[in-house]
Design a protein around this ligand. Structure first.
Ligand SMILES: [Zn+2]
Length: 381
């Protein structure tokens, strides 16, 4: 018989709001509605309990890359993010040769099938050379539905998202193909105009890949993609809340337009997340990480982040003054809904996986539970 644990005394963030002195009952791998008298009690007075974080855009961590690493490396990267509260994540790849990406899709899809990943996100090669960021220019190509299809097939049903420059030839047809198959078409690394962005949304695009980054800035005569992505309620915007990628006022602007249900905090993390400064690779490109900021050795473009979602959360509530419930939505429920896994994760409700994060009053991470098991056990005095 599985042990039942009752986590009590904490401020618990539920979909309906914050409950003071609430409790979460964990029965085996799931959250339960009631507990027997014999259940083990865990006193979390003075702490917050929030749903496990969901990262829909992450390239690696712990020194390991999802694009290049072995299965063991990928698992190490996953584990690193789990230690920081991310209990559900997709693996994002960066631009590479088509055959290479198809081969990666095969490897990563096995980790999806065994429950370690929630899916694959292909970021590139179908992006704009004008907004390439840390992607190899010589490997970029126009979004061709046949090639998108090839990667979807290689991922055997585990492809969850493609980031596309939808203004390129084949862009809109690719968006339609993805939407038809229930795969997220995300607009990003794009040089689209406002009008072209509206067209892509009408064709079925539903996510803005790291809004503001790798796209034209908001202009008063040429509002560009940002205005279209902010104003259309069919779009959820990703934000990298690390203090480097985004000014706090830009974050506030996004929440003002989108509301708390259409923002997803992501890490866009590369290998150095949870690891340290030094020289790394992002796909085939060399990256130097200095004081936690990753930049291409050649050209100096920002090359992903070293963010973990516990830091994104703490920043959101302590620097950006976001309500805890709103930050929790952006970190858990919203990405879980987009990825089609909200029936299992993304909120603390009976029947769902017991995935949760324990934080102290200063929002420092103290515990992480995934499927009923402590990944980080809270040290309680
Ligand atoms: Zn990325």
């Amino acid at each position: 018989m599985a042990a039942v644990k009752v986590l009590s005394g904490a401020r618990v963030v539920l979909p309906t709001g914050v409950v003071e002195g609430g409790r979460v009952i964990v029965d085996g791998t799931r959250i339960a509605g009631s507990a027997p008298g014999s259940a083990e009690r865990v006193d979390l007075t003075g702490h917050w309990v929030v749903p496990g974080f969901v990262d829909m855009h992450v390239h690696g961590g712990g020194g390991a890359s999802f694009t290049n690493g072995t299965v063991e490396d990928v698992l190490k990267g996953i584990h690193t993010h789990r230690l920081h509260g991310t209990t559900t994540m997709v693996a994002s790849t960066v631009t590479g040769e088509m055959d290479f990406l198809a081969q990666r899709a095969g490897l990563l899809s096995e980790l999806v099938e065994q429950g370690d990943l929630a899916g694959i996100h292909f970021e590139g090669p179908f992006i704009s050379p004008c907004r390439k960021g840390a992607h190899s220019e010589d490997l970029l190509r126009h979004p061709d539905p046949a090639e998108v299809r090839k990667l979807m097939d290689a991922a055997r049903g585990t492809a969850k998202m493609f980031t596309l420059a939808t203004e390129l030839p084949g862009g809109l047809d690719s968006v339609r193909l993805l939407a038809e198959h229930g795969v997220i078409a995300a607009i990003g690394h794009t040089d689209a105009t406002y009008e072209q962005t509206v067209e892509a949304i009408d064709a079925g695009a539903s996510v803005a890949t790291h809004l503001y980054n790798a796209m034209p800035a908001l202009g008063h005569r040429a509002p560009g993609p940002i205005a279209a992505l902010l104003e259309d309620e069919r779009i959820t915007v990703e934000l990298i809340n690390d203090g480097t990628h985004l000014h706090p006022a830009s974050l506030e602007l996004a929440f003002h337009h989108k509301g708390a249900d259409r923002v997803a905090f992501i890490t866009d993390a590369m290998d150095a997340a949870g690891f340290g400064d030094g020289l790394y690779h992002l796909g085939p490109l060399e990256v130097e990480v200095k004081e936690g900021v990753a930049r291409l050795v050649e050209g100096g473009s920002i090359a992903g982040s070293t963010l973990t979602l516990d830091r994104a959360f703490r920043r959101a509530v302590t620097v950006d003054d976001l309500a805890v419930e709103d930050a929790v939505r952006a970190l858990s429920a919203n990405p879980a809904r987009l990825l089609g896994v909200y029936d299992r994760v993304g909120s603390l409700e009976p029947g769902k996986d017991a995935d949760l994060v324990v934080l102290d009053e200063a929002f420092a991470l103290k515990g992480v539970m995934r499927r009923g098991e402590w990944i980080v056990a809270p040290a309680l005095g």
